[in-house]
Design a protein around this ligand. Sequence first.
Ligand code: C2O
Ligand code: CU
Ligand code: CU
Length: 425
Amino acid sequence: LDTRATGRLALTATSGRTAFDGGPDNPTAGFNQAYLGPTILMQNGELAAEVQNTLDEPISTHWHGLLVPGEHDGGPHLAIAPGATWQPEMTIAQDPATVWYHSHIHERTAGQVYFGLAGVIHVTDGQDDARGLPSTYGIDDLTLVLQDRRFDAAGRMVYDPSMMDIMHGFAGNRMLVNGQAGATAVVPEGIVRLRLLNGSNARVYTLFFDDTRPMHLVATDGGFLPAPVALDVLRLAPGERAEVLVDFSSGGAPVLMSDPGQAYGVLQFATDSALAARITRLPERLDGVLEDLTGAEVTTRQVSLDMGMGGMMMGGGSFAINGRPYDMRRIDFEVALGSVERWQIRSTMVAHPFHVHGVRFRVVTENGGPPRPENTGWKDTVLVPGDAEILARFDQPASRETPFMFHCHILEHEDAGMMGQFTVT
Ligand code: C2O
Ligand code: CU
Ligand code: CU
């Protein structure tokens, strides 16, 4: 699965067929393969990317978490027509992080991501040995894409959202990890790094190990923390990533679970003493630098994630931000390049995961208090339970032709209009 993109990156969106867990063949889509895309290893520097669309519908390729200008961001304004190729010439210049890519066509994002148009990117600087972090891909450094999918009685994967599914976001009845159901992750008897992506359309995971072993959070969406933070429970909303270290040195076969109270298995682990355990102790410190942006803001904006029941009853539903459903021709905010802004976000009806393109931000408050441990690092997506305040410096330019998006990452909400766009000039 590993694609090393040093200088060049070639992706081809294709249709395929995938049998999940021995069930019947399902029509799916992926980049360079039948379902999902390769994990891409990127380093800072110039990168000539090429995305070819062999599907019969428009797609785009949004680099969620890459800090690139609007013209390379792959949002809804950068559709790749069937048969066409998109060739952004990008400069990667950011801290190491686990980011991802997915299609982002307005009103089609949810279905396209559901059927497989998504993948993971590791931005790396090659210094993980010096950090004392596991970094052997697939051995002690596992990339785990968590997705719930809905299967019918015949074992076919279905996507047929009802009005209720759109309200709550489309939830599945089976867990897939990297496109597999019921798989076991075999790891060495040492410290193992898990790069977790919530690639689900709507489900929020509250992750914990059934034998209560802790997870040591080392990185959030936008990069490393200054030091590991031990967590018994890790909450991960759609679009969010977290890197955790887990100690398997005493063996065991724990299960990664979700949702205390109504727990279900996400992934079974097993240890194999024949696998080399390169890292046997947790690093005490990391080199993540969390800039304090407090007081640097020049503008404060309100962002209300609106969801109306009334419209729903009439069969329409109303999903909007600040009362206005997404409109590709309307610019909602104009941000000054290089400035810091405070955004005060408020959720209505349910907790919405809020994502902003083109920046990494700090969460300064959550429901009036300090942020949860998962939200203390650099973020680009944050679950807003009631309200939250974020601070960001907008360093990437975006024009009216290719503005940045801000939206709910419950993909059904996004497609229904809970999205806005902004320029940075
Ligand atoms: Cu992960 Cu606007 O997207
Ligand atoms: Cu994004
Ligand atoms: Cu939402």
